[in-house]
Design a protein around this ligand. Structure first.
Ligand SMILES: [Fe+2]
Ligand SMILES: [Fe+2]
Length: 199
């Protein structure tokens, strides 16, 4: 009995060691969001339109996942969690309004880029606040099983919005087929709940 096997799937083979931790996963998504902003800024015309669609969709599923998975936990378990979550939700609401306004704009409109840069600054301030006031505490407060279950929910959300275009797919048609962002958020919410056994 002296040599019991550690009951830790994360450490046994490294498989999923990064993605079984919801904080690492969300930090990686914050990095993806920065990359997608770069892509939109650095492209033009149809490429910019495509990159922007991917950014909008990825942001939509990222925020939906946080609303379903991270904020409820933070509200219940972190000191002052209620206020922390209220602040984050207000930031997310503002970002969604700007996104909707940008979504109706032609990306070649001279107003598009300044608005995009303003959104980027807001989204990054929001991400920093999450990392500081929620994620850091989450990692200390939640046990490994909870972090892993939350990661399952976030991965289910991520599957709804690929950050790379599918090769060979006509992007405008593909985007049309994917439908509006509000519907995507609803589907993401369902997917997260199902993945976490909460449906
Ligand atoms: Fe967020
Ligand atoms: Fe976030």
């Amino acid at each position: 009995m002296s040599q019991s096997t550690p009951d830790s799937p994360e450490s046994s083979d490294g498989l999923g060691s990064r993605d079984s931790d919801v904080v690492s996963l969300l930090m990686r998504q914050h990095g993806e969001i920065r990359n997608l902003f770069d892509e939109v800024e650095q492209s033009k015309g149809d490429d910019r339109r495509d990159a922007f669609r991917r950014l909008v969709r990825f942001l939509a599923v990222h925020e939906t996942a946080e609303e379903e998975v991270v904020h409820p936990f933070a509200r219940r378990r972190l000191p002052g969690g209620d206020q922390v979550v209220r602040d984050r939700l207000a930031e997310e609401r503002d970002a969604k309004e700007t996104l909707a306004a940008l979504d109706d704009m032609d990306p070649d409109d001279p107003e598009f880029l300044p608005r995009l840069l303003a959104l980027r600054a807001d989204v990054q301030a929001h991400a920093r606040a999450e990392e500081r006031y929620e994620f850091a505490h989450l990692r200390r407060t939640a046990d490994a099983a909870t972090l892993a279950s939350m990661a399952t929910g976030v991965r289910a959300a991520e599957a709804m919005a690929p950050t790379r275009p599918h090769p060979g797919v006509e992007s405008a048609a593909a985007n049309l087929a994917l439908g509006p962002v509000a519907a995507l958020m609803d589907r993401t919410k369902d997917a997260v709940r199902k993945a976490m056994g909460r449906d």
